[in-house]
Design a protein around this ligand. Structure first.
Ligand code: ARG
Length: 457
């Protein structure tokens, strides 16, 4: 058995069970690119500070390049007995370049190393997710562009409320996603400080330059407090919180589209390419991708809860428990990216059933609130009058616009014949004019600003 990199004081080797239980190489090899980046920055700094020679530095850099090539070619041997990505790469470097490799870990601990790698990884992951968010926003805006003028029922309590433009509704999701991206960017700003050089927890007496490594790795600055640097996981808690909020938004979108695809709503028809069938019922065509978007939000929340629970009760500074931070993070990122991508794909593959939506629009008195606004008497009074008008319609099984002027006047003399300009969903929609409302001028303006912002042509 190979002696561990930390094996100096040990007289026995660890049991197979312990080795298997404590390893992280099976998943933290995902950090290899960032581990190599960090090591290169560290070696260059050590040389600049006179802690290693230039020729040592050059062999280290060359060796690390060789390792990266081997990994990318699938030829690198990941070894469980070398525990994690850091020791696998360091030991392999020694195999390749010999003595100089043994100087790389000067003024460095795996504690600051792993956090440097992990922050760099999370930073890239944020950029990837933000790009996926934008792709979904583009798909939603394009869907809106395809459906100009389409009025759909707006719901509260899942009961018909007021008419809205479909475009307005789709842009509501675009707005949510914009805040989601903003939360990730905010998190990235706070995350982007460099732990490297914190060493085990206390820093070092060697003359390192932490500003140099921070800059080389494009961090804003080194972290101020070495104990905090190796203990902190709030950067990833914040990241997974932001992911959880995205997951919830997508889950709500999923639920909405699953409902809309049902026979009962019948608002959308997803194409076959985004639907799946039943193994027993030959007629079935299910919106599984969006059901799974809804379902997978559970994992993303679970990943956050795992990490919160992991950190609860840990004293400063590094504890091995913290190795458990990676799998939930990797899972959260992979899941969120999948959810965003498949939602965009779904959006590109649905058609709105215009005729069916139009036919169903008269139901539910969507114009009642517009009628209450029309009266221009104290709102509580007009609310009551329109309520009575609705009750009359319910008993006559008709719509508000079917009431005669005399019937309306019997409820209140304020009604005049121009009332019919307020009734029916088309008329009702035309009356909206407040900022942010479903009025078509307002929605069109918003749509144009999204088209410009997202660079859609
Ligand atoms: N694999 C470890 C982790 O992910 C690296 C740090 C190990 N440090 C230690 N002192 N054992 O946390």
């Amino acid at each position: 058995k190979e002696v561990k990199l930390w094996g100096g004081r040990f007289e026995e080797s660890v049991t197979d069970a312990v080795e298997k239980f404590t390893e992280s190489i099976s998943y933290d090899k995902a950090l290899y690119k960032h581990d190599i980046m960090g090591s290169k920055a560290h070696a260059s700094m050590l040389a600049k500070q006179g802690l290693i020679s230039d020729s040592d530095k050059n062999s280290i850099l060359r060796g690390l390049d060789e390792i990266e090539r081997q990994i990318e070619a699938g030829k690198f041997m990941w070894r469980t007995d070398r525990e994690d990505v850091h020791m696998n790469i360091e030991a392999a470097l020694t195999d390749i370049i010999g003595e100089p490799a043994k100087k790389l870990h000067t003024a460095r601990s795996r504690n600051d190393q792993v956090l440097t790698d992990f922050r760099l990884w999370c930073r890239d992951a944020i950029d990837t997710i933000v790009r996926s968010i934008q792709r979904l926003q583009v798909a939603l805006v394009k869907l809106a562009l395809k459906n100009e003028g389409l009025i759909v029922p707006g719901y509260t309590h899942l009961q018909r409320a007021q008419p809205v433009l479909l475009q307005h509704l789709l842009l509501a999701y675009v707005e949510q996603l914009e805040r989601d991206a903003g939360r990730l960017q905010d998190c990235r700003v706070r995350m982007n400080f460099c732990p490297l050089g914190a060493c085990a927890l206390a820093g070092t007496g060697l003359p390192i330059d932490r500003f140099m490594t921070a800059e080389a790795l494009e961090f804003t600055a080194p972290m101020r407090n070495s104990i905090d640097a190796v203990s902190d996981r709030d950067f990833v808690l914040e990241f997974l919180s932001a992911n959880s909020i995205i997951a919830i938004h997508l889950s709500r979108l999923g639920e909405e589209w699953v409902l809309w695809a049902s026979e009962e709503f019948g608002f959308i028809t997803p194409s076959d390419s985004v639907s799946t069938g039943s193994s027993i019922m030959p007629q079935k065509k299910n919106p599984d991708p969006m059901e799974l978007v809804r379902g997978k939000s559970a994992r993303v929340i679970g990943d956050l809860v795992t990490l919160l629970t992991l950190c609860k009760g840990l004293p400063l500074a590094y504890n091995r428990d913290l190795q458990e931070d990676k799998e939930p993070t990797f899972d959260s990122v992979k899941t969120i990216v999948g959810m965003l991508e498949v939602s965009a794909e779904f959006a590109q593959n649905i058609t709105f059933n215009v005729e069916r939506i139009k036919k169903a629009l008269p139901a539910g008195y969507l114009d009642a609130t517009t009628l209450a606004d029309y009266l221009q008497i104290p709102f509580r009074t007009s609310h009551d009058i329109v309520g009575k008008a609705v009750a009359l319609c319910v008993s006559k099984e008709c719509q508000l616009q079917d009431l005669s002027l005399d019937e309306m006047r019997s409820l209140n003399p304020v009604f005049d014949k121009d009332v019919y300009e307020y009734l029916g969903v088309e008329n009702a929609i035309r009356k909206f004019s407040s900022f942010g409302s479903t009025g078509s001028a307002c929605v069109t303006e918003q749509l144009h600003s999204w088209v410009a912002k997202l660079g859609i042509n």
